[in-house]
Design a protein around this ligand. Structure first.
Ligand SMILES: Nc1ncnc2c1ncn2[C@@H]1O[C@H](COP(=O)(O)OP(=O)(O)OP(=O)(O)O)[C@@H](O)[C@H]1O
Ligand SMILES: [Mg+2]
Length: 244
């Protein structure tokens, strides 16, 4: 059974067709890259998956349950984690405190699994190589480091499906490498990742499968190599090929 199934997910706002019949399945442990030109509907699709926008038509199933009408909070509780861009980081608090408030907010069963919270905080920071900055204020971090902190917090939240929207935007090459390593760690732990990225070489490196969208619809899907060589991708980014 697929962990995530979308069927005919369609979103029309004021006669604008923003998502058109999006249908795909994701297996547990897969890393899927969602690509497409600006305005093709990638972030909107994440908004539908995390429950911020109800689709006009179609269904979303997660672990076999129909979650189409679930609220963002309900989705978060059943294991869907969305990493926002530098959102939810308290800049005036230290890194340690930032992680602690996130862990303290977990449901009790999940918190108990973590054991000693102070140790869990440090383990979380170590995961993304930020432990030496534990006592620094989050506001002093670079954009890339903040992104890692945000990913690390979501990572520890007992989620099973991660939605990452442009995690490497504005991030240094070294930090991009850290994000790639982090995603591999997620996969090794059986987690499922959906990642929106404009950096195609990055997508090719870390993804099992790529879904390319244009104008709110899926135009091509396959392994990174298949998609890279597809006529659809070339047309999407460079316009129609006059020789065909
Ligand atoms: N709530 C909304 N109301 C009206 N139009 C919207 C809404 N949300 C998104 N759109 C429109 O839907 C289209 C898709 O936008 P979206 O942000 O999903 O694209 P994207 O693929 O994430 O682009 P980018 O790569 O630039 O981030 C755009 O034309 C946008 O203006
Ligand atoms: Mg977007």
């Amino acid at each position: 059974m697929s962990i995530l199934s979308l069927r005919d997910v369609t979103l029309t706002i004021e006669q604008q067709h923003i998502l058109r019949g999006v249908t795909f399945d994701v297996e547990q442990g897969e890393v899927i890259g969602l690509i497409g030109p600006n305005g093709s509907g990638k972030t909107t699709l994440f908004n539908v998956l995390s429950g911020f926008l109800p689709p006009t038509r179609g269904t979303v199933h997660f672990k076999g349950a129909d979650i189409t009408r679930f609220s963002p909070t309900e989705r978060s509780r059943i294991g869907i984690g969305r990493v926002f861009q530098n959102f939810g980081i308290f800049r005036e608090m230290t890194l340690e405190e930032n992680v602690l408030v996130a862990l303290e907010a977990l449901p009790r069963e999940q918190r108990e699994v973590l054991g000693d919270l102070r140790k869990a905080v440090h383990a979380t920071l170590a995961l993304v190589g930020l432990e030496q900055h534990a006592k620094r204020k989050a506001g002093a971090l670079s954009g890339g480091q903040m992104r890692l902190l945000e990913i690390a917090r979501t990572l520890k939240s007992g989620k099973e499906l991660f939605l990452l929207d442009e995690p490497t935007a504005g991030v240094s090459p070294k930090m991009t490498q850290d994000v790639a390593t982090l995603i591999r760690t997620l996969k090794e732990n059986g987690k499922t990742v959906l990642i929106v990225e404009h950096d195609l070489p990055f997508i090719a490196r870390i993804c099992d499968r790529v879904i390319a969208m244009d104008l709110g619809a899926i135009v091509v899907t396959g392994t990174p190599a298949q998609v890279k060589q597809s006529k659809e991708l070339r047309e999407m980014y460079f316009g129609a090929d006059p020789t065909t």
